[in-house]
Design a protein around this ligand. Structure first.
Ligand code: ATP
Length: 799
């Protein structure tokens, strides 16, 4: 059987008869084609266009052939495929009495004339014996569909176990397959057991009396062989399963022809209906554009859902009763056969994995790999490594290593295995989480203390500082150190700041040409980038902008002040802070004042801690002196022989204890205040970054980006908004259009003089537009008396 994508195999088989309609049915010698010729209907007149010749091409025409030949040609490959794990279906279709049951089951009284099912069972068990390297189990089930009712033809064979569903129903499984719940499945060990079940089922089959054929079966029957094959030799967890469906369909017939009535009429109607649904399903399967196949319209199509096409090897035998009286049924059967031939199949092995075996296999493989690693370690002279999970002690050791690494006691952590690296990362993460929790708790505690201190107006708070600026560095007593920020502030000399300021003014205020504007933009963007600009830089920049404004334009800068030039950035910055940026500026100021207050408190606490330390040192010296003196004079001894403390020594000891307690308390508060200072510095930084970035956007859009470009940006909808795209990009946008136009024109005008002329003309127009925009803005300002330059288009979000 072809296991690659192909069509359903279709065979035609004729029932032998002495009255074979030779003039109507023609078997072409190629063995594949059947031609049917009908006589013109004389009732429709001498001249009519009624079609009266058809040609059907099948896979093979089985005319006058033995049962053995039929089995070998039709079913053998499907049966062998099923043993290899492919689902298979052999189905007989045709009118009543055409030989479907004869083909499928055969004549029970003659061994020679046995049909496909007994031969298939024989083949299966022959193969089971031959394939001794496989453990193959075979189960059988026999389903009958009679008048749209599902019946288990083998239910009489053994008692149905308690709890098992009695009603038979078709259930859709995942992956498009179906199972028949409630249908008994019987394990068979040999051919004889299997045949017994087949005959038992046949006996149970409902036989209806019929005028055309007294033994005609009036139901569809599906005999299924379930095969499961495990390899005996390989310890492979994979195994295959398959379903071999051998289907004997009820005969199609015309109601009027059989003269059926009563029960037979009802049966015939059911049969015809289900066969018509089968035909519809086949049509849908054959049409590759259709993604829905109406399988659920009848019990027959539903039960055969995974047996028609799909991943199944499907074969159809079209049984023909070749007499002249049956010619219309023959035609109808051949039409069905040719439609079935268009259905594509893609057979695939039903492979499964035995979970228990798979686990065993993987465990074995892990063991092997561990052994391999041990060998490699020995060869590489590595110390004996363990590849099992870490014990609690080993985890604790790694944790301690990480701690020592973090506090600087060790410089390296030796990497010995991937597992160890993973554990090291876990410990790093844990350490980070703990630190975060600690900091958060300290901050919360600090805030509470601060609130308390403010409400009680404590004396310590009101006490002035002695001017000693210092910060305790680490837990050792009194080792004071100026903070990085303070140092930076002190180091930043006025001279240095002035030089920088001068440079910045020249750079920014001279921004008249687009190229210069872009350069300034690039420079200022890099300066304003919150990721690149340090707090020191930002503070310096803020001061610079303020200073520029307070000093006014320098003599050298004044020459840049033309009506078409943007205003100095410093002045614009002040305007911006007063209006558009007033809210963020207010928040910045508030944050700065909180920061200043916290820094002051930090200084107070540092003084306090230093003072306490000095007092502890002094008291310690006094205590030592007192002890020396007491030792010199000789100590009093108690009744128990213990030396007794003198009153002065005891007083000093108590004071020392008191001072240490005080020191610890103050030091704790100092640490939490330090954390608060850091946090406030971060807030101030964020506000400052936002103030600058909003100012930059506003300044660019108000004074640098030409009106036309802004219009283009506004027209760009919500995705392109002024204020949300960088200056350089905005100018590039304008330039792209311009370049495009220039390019176009240079193609049109061949004279170089004319191109230069237009270029110069355009530059003049550009300049005029630019100065007109600025003049317009200045006029607006004068009319409204408004200090604001223009509206900020969009607020930049601070990340
Ligand atoms: N190829 C054949 N060789 C010899 N006898 C045949 C052949 N085909 C059919 N017959 C005989 O024709 C009769 C009717 O055949 P059969 O019962 O198989 O038809 P059927 O299509 O199954 O009918 P129904 O649809 O009513 O079940 C039987 O007696 C059978 O032995």
């Amino acid at each position: 059987m072809n296991t690659h994508g192909s069509e359903v195999k279709v065979f035609g088989r004729t029932r032998p008869t002495a009255n074979f309609a030779q003039d109507l049915i023609e078997y072409v010698p190629d063995g594949q084609t059947v031609n049917v010729h009908l006589r013109k209907d004389s009732k429709k007149g001498i001249v009519n266009n009624q079609l009266n010749s058809w040609s059907f091409r099948l896979d093979r025409v089985l005319h006058d052939v033995s049962q053995e030949e039929v089995y070998n040609g039709v079913a053998q490959s499907v049966v062998l495929g099923a043993l290899d794990g492919y689902n298979g279906t052999v189905m007989c279709f045709g009118q009543t009495g055409a030989g479907k049951t004869y083909t499928m089951t055969g004549a029970t009284e003659s061994y020679k004339e046995r049909g496909i099912i007994p031969r298939a069972l024989q083949e299966v068990f022959r193969e089971v014996e031959q394939r001794s390297d496989h453990n193959i189990t075979v189960h059988l089930s026999f389903l009958e569909i009679y008048n749209e009712t599902l019946l288990d033809l083998l239910s009489s064979v053994k008692e149905i176990p308690a709890g098992a569903p009695r009603a038979v129903a078709i259930v859709d499984e995942g992956g498009g397959s179906v199972t028949v719940k409630g249908l008994s499945i019987h394990l068979v060990h040999n051919e004889e057991e299997a045949l017994n079940l087949l005959f038992e089922g046949e006996m149970n089959r409902i036989i209806g009396a019929h005028t055309l054929n007294r033994n005609s079966s009036r139901s569809h029957c599906i005999f299924t062989v379930h095969i499961e094959s495990h390899s005996r030799t390989l310890s492979d967890a994979k195994y295959v399963t398959s379903k071999l469906n051998l289907v004997d369909l009820a005969g199609s017939e015309r109601l009027g022809k059989t003269g059926s009535e009563g029960q037979i009429l009802k049966e015939t109607m059911y049969i015809n209906k289900s066969l018509s649904f089968l035909e519809q399903a086949i049509l849908a399967l054959a049409d590759r554009r259709r993604d829905h196949v109406p399988f659920r319209q009848s019990k027959l199509t539903h039960a055969l859902k995974d047996s028609l096409g799909g991943n199944c090897n499907t074969v159809l035998v079209a049984n023909i009763y070749g007499e002249a009286a049956q010619i219309e049924e023959t035609l109808s059967t051949l039409r069905f056969a040719s439609r079935m031939k268009c259905v594509r199949t893609e057979p695939a092995v039903n492979e499964h994995v035995d979970p228990v075996l798979q686990i065993k296999k993987l465990q074995k493989e892990i063991q092997l790999l561990k052994q391999e690693l041990s060998v490699q370690d020995t060869l590489a002279n590595r110390t004996v490594m363990s590849y099992n999970g870490f014990t609690e002690n080993q985890v604790a050791e790694i944790q301690s290593q990480v701690r020592r690494y973090l506090d600087g006691t060790v410089d390296d952590i030796n990497i010995v295995s991937i597992r160890q690296v993973k554990e090291v990362f876990v410990q790093f993460k844990l350490a980070l989480q703990q630190q975060e929790q600690k900091t958060r708790a300290e901050m919360i505690q600090g805030c509470t203390q601060e609130e308390k201190a403010q409400s009680t107006q404590s004396a310590a708070h009101a006490k002035g500082t002695n001017g000693m600026v210092g910060d305790v560095d680490g837990p050792s007593f009194g080792a004071g150190m100026a903070s990085t920020l303070e140092k930076n502030n002190r180091l930043q000399s006025p001279h240095r700041s002035k030089i920088k300021k001068g440079k910045d003014i020249n750079r920014k205020e001279g921004a008249a040409s687009p190229a210069q504007v872009r350069e300034a933009e690039a420079l200022s963007t890099s300066r304003m980038n919150p990721l690149l600009v340090s707090q020191k830089d930002m503070e310096g920049q803020e001061t610079e902008l303020q200073n520029q404004d307070s000093q006014g334009p320098q003599a050298g800068d004044r020459e840049h002040f033309r009506t078409d030039s943007p205003p100095p950035k410093a002045a614009a910055f002040e305007d911006f802070k007063a209006e558009r940026g007033s809210e963020i500026n207010r928040i910045l100021k508030e944050n700065k004042s909180v920061l200043a207050e916290r820094r002051r408190r930090l200084r107070e606490l540092t003084d306090g801690v230093n003072g306490a330390k000095q007092e502890i040192d002094r008291t310690g010296v006094q205590l030592q002196l007192q002890r020396d003196q007491s030792n010199r004079h000789g100590r009093f001894v108690s009744a128990g022989g213990e030396p007794v403390l003198e009153e002065a020594e005891l007083a000093l000891l108590l004071r020392l204890q008191d001072l240490k307690g005080q020191y610890r308390h103050q030091y704790k508060e100092l640490r939490s205040t330090k954390a608060e200072v850091n946090y406030c510095e971060h807030l101030v930084d964020q506000c400052r970054t936002r103030l600058f970035s909003e100012f930059e956007s506003w300044y660019n859009e108000s004074f640098l980006i030409p009106e036309e470009t802004q219009a283009i940006l506004r027209a760009g909808g919500p995705t392109i908004q002024p204020g949300l795209i960088p200056m350089a990009k905005a100018l590039a946008l304008e330039e792209d259009d311009q370049e495009h136009f220039e390019h176009l024109r240079s193609q049109l005008l061949t004279s170089p003089g004319a191109i230069s002329y237009f270029n110069a003309h355009d530059r003049t127009l550009q300049r005029r537009n630019y100065s007109r925009t600025i003049t317009h803005k200045l006029q607006q300002k004068r009319i409204t008396g408004d200090n604001g330059r223009t509206k900020l288009p969009a607020i930049l979000s601070v990340s």
